[in-house]
Design a protein around this ligand. Structure first.
Ligand SMILES: Cc1cc2nc3c(=O)[nH]c(=O)nc-3n(C[C@H](O)[C@H](O)[C@H](O)COP(=O)(O)O)c2cc1C
Length: 405
């Protein structure tokens, strides 16, 4: 069947590096919690990305692929360093082989590294309820661009067509951007130029390592939604510098996975949350823009692309509810998925509910109704407790830690 696209969402799009995307719909980065508990991909995880590939996404981004085992977000993360399982990584990369693209999102969780398997570090020392970390030394900060670049080189060698650098949602690069996390007085703290320096240095190092024909995106917050934190004006100042540093794509989202803070994936409101910042970003950069957060209907996705607000739409939860959605939306047909309603979910419960759906999707099914937000969170945490043991045994030479917070 070769029906011509009748929706702007079905039109192809080329990134500055030359990579062609088959349409405008991107499966946004989601931490899928499907690694084997030691940072290696599983067969089930390969099947998950095959589903989104078959579903027609132009690009899928694998959330939270760590540049090393020291500071992961969760024990289900992948690790892309010299210890990576090359054969399994190549199988994962090959899951996008019929026209879609697959990129790992390279990250370091920083102050929000998962305590049972790490010793959290951030731009500055913090001791707050739920977040405690020591400060990175200047030498450790200066090593980060090369570490990201080595991971990106491996992604390229293993067959991925690009990477996204994770500078959003409160993880390490995003912590450097935020005056709440970053109180440094050296070259990496203070004005937004200095707070943004690490992100641009990482991007420049990655670009110089992978060359001009490999895609490099950056995910950045429009705002971290925290009082006294990273603002829209800050965000636009950083966005304005990403083109010269080598970005092919800027993925604008927002919110922070910080205890008690608003995260975009737990929000119930609809409408593209950060469309205003994306529109204003056009004045400060020529780099293609992807907008992620709150896009739940085809009509809205079409409006965003037609109006030039964004070149690509990033969908996270919507692509969990209907992994095959790009097939219909790109031809101007298909209904919009119905979002589940959660009554008084526990913090993190909504995101856990979406995470627990990945098993059914990988198996070729639809999202399951068996979970509530609370039961999904319990199951998710129990599964991670088992993986903590494996992660520590492989990466920290010890059986387990019981110091969960
Ligand atoms: C289960 C789940 C896991 C997520 N993990 C990540 C992640 O690893 N990296 C990231 O940048 N964003 C992550 N997000 C945030 C999404 O990429 C997106 O920014 C947010 O959910 C808002 O988009 P939506 O309204 O389309 O869901 C996650 C969201 C969900 C639902």
């Amino acid at each position: 069947m070769n029906s011509a696209p009748t929706s702007v969402l079905g039109s192809s799009f080329s990134l500055p590096c030359g990579l062609m995307l088959r349409n405008r719909i991107v499966k946004a980065a989601m931490s899928d919690s499907m690694g084997d508990g030691t940072g290696r991909p599983t067969d089930e995880q390969v099947r998950l990305y095959e589903r989104w590939e078959e579903g027609g996404a132009a690009l899928s981004i694998i959330g939270e692929v760590q540049i090393g085992p020291g500071h992961p977000e969760k024990p289900g993360n992948l690790v892309l360093d010299a210890s990576a399982d090359e054969a399994a990584m190549r199988r994962l990369a090959a899951s996008a082989s019929s026209g879609g693209r697959l990129w790992p999102q390279l990250g370091h969780a920083g102050a929000m590294s998962f305590p049972p398997i790490s010793e959290p570090v951030g731009p500055s020392a913090l001791d707050l309820p739920g977040v405690r970390c020591t400060a990175l030394s200047l030498d450790e900060v200066r090593e980060l661009p090369a570490r990201f670049a080595r991971s990106a080189a491996l992604a390229k060698a293993f067959g991925f067509s690009g990477v996204e650098l994770h500078a959003a949602h409160g993880f390490l690069l995003s912590q450097f951007l935020s005056p709440l996390f970053n109180r440094r007085t050296d070259a990496y703290g203070g004005s937004i130029e200095k707070r943004g320096r690490l992100v641009t240095e990482v991007l420049e190092a990655v670009r110089s390592e992978v060359g001009s024909a490999f895609a490099v995106g950056v995910k950045i917050n429009a705002t971290d939604e925290l009082e006294g934190g990273f603002t829209e004006a800050d965000s636009l100042a950083v966005i304005g510098r990403l083109g010269a540093a080598g970005a092919d794509l800027i993925d604008i989202s927002g919110g922070t996975y910080f205890p008690g803070a608003a995260s975009a994936s737990d929000r119930v409101s609809s409408g593209a949350y950060y469309a205003d910042v994306s529109r204003r970003a056009r004045d400060v950069t020529d780099v293609p823009l992807m907008l992620t957060g709150g896009i739940k209907t085809r009509a809205e996705a079409e409006r965003l692309v037609e109006s030039g607000t964004a070149d690509l739409v990033g969908l996270a939860r919507t692509m969990v509810l209907d992994p095959w959605l790009p097939q219909s939306w790109t031809t101007g047909s298909g209904s919009d998925p119905t979002f589940p309603r959660f009554d008084d979910p526990p913090p993190g419960g909504v995101t856990a509910w979406f995470t627990m759906q990945f098993d059914s999707i990988a198996a070729g099914g639809s999202p399951s109704n068996e979970w509530t937000a609370a039961s999904a969170l319990r199951e998710y945490e129990a599964r991670d407790a088992e993986r903590v043991v494996r992660w520590n045994a492989r990466h920290r030479g010890r059986p387990s830690t019981a110091d969960r917070r």
